[in-house]
Design a protein around this ligand. Structure first.
Ligand code: 3PG
Length: 208
């Protein structure tokens, strides 16, 4: 898979933090029921890998990627359990090499022109822009469009259902990331209907 294929599934990639393995499959089913199939499960909890394994086995319509990939060990663990892609918060050539060695498509995080150039030099043209709002938001994405006209971004960080359409309206943005589809309170309450509602609303987002 080419990571740019991910944009064809919808305008938002949820950034998911899961603590309890028992929540993984119902949460993924709730998101898929709302039309959100591409799921970034962050490697931020001890249960993350087990959660991804459970989703991969139990929710075949989900396209599961590992988020917060920071090391070669993270890459190898994600590839071993069958993740379809990886997302890193920043970019180093080492993480790119680890992903290529593991056959794992990478959506590399960038926040500066220098990081974009490093990722471009290693062959990446579809990049996460993180943390999007904190690193300059829409104005920064417009500025990056000048020198990097062939680069497509997935801004992530600080984006909401209200602001996502403004990001999606930018020519160099094809998809946004965000954690708002899986609020901690809804997950704690196992309010899967709420997550399906949020996913349905996210699926329907269009450029402003
Ligand atoms: C993250 O890495 O946590 C993502 O950027 C999500 O950010 P958000 O919670 O601001 O959507």
């Amino acid at each position: 898979m080419n990571t740019l294929d991910l944009v064809s599934y919808g305008p938002v990639i949820p950034v998911i933090v899961i603590d309890r393995v028992d929540d993984a499959v119902p949460m993924a089913r709730a998101l898929v029921a709302g039309g959100v199939r591409v799921l970034e499960v962050t490697l931020r909890t001890p249960a993350a890998l087990q959660c991804m394994e459970a989703i991969i086995a139990g929710v075949p319509d989900a396209i599961v990627g590992a988020g917060t990939v920071r090391s070669k060990a993270d890459v190898q663990a994600a590839a071993k359990i069958g993740c379809r892609f990886a997302v890193s918060p920043g970019y180093t050539s080492a993480i790119g090499q680890a992903c290529r060695d593991a056959g794992l498509p990478l959506l590399p995080g960038t926040a500066t022109a220098g990081e974009v150039m490093q990722a471009n030099a290693d062959g990446y043209r579809f990049l996460k822009f993180f943390p999007a709002v904190q690193a300059g938001g829409i104005a920064m994405l417009k500025a990056l469009a000048g020198p990097f006209g062939d680069v497509v971004f997935c801004p992530t960080g600080g984006i909401t259902v209200e602001t996502a359409p403004q990001f999606l309206a930018l020519p160099n943005v094809k998809v946004c990331g965000g954690s708002w589809l899986t609020p901690a309170g809804a997950v704690a309450a196992q309010d899967w209907d709420r997550i399906t509602q949020l996913a349905t609303a996210a699926s329907a987002l269009r450029a402003a």
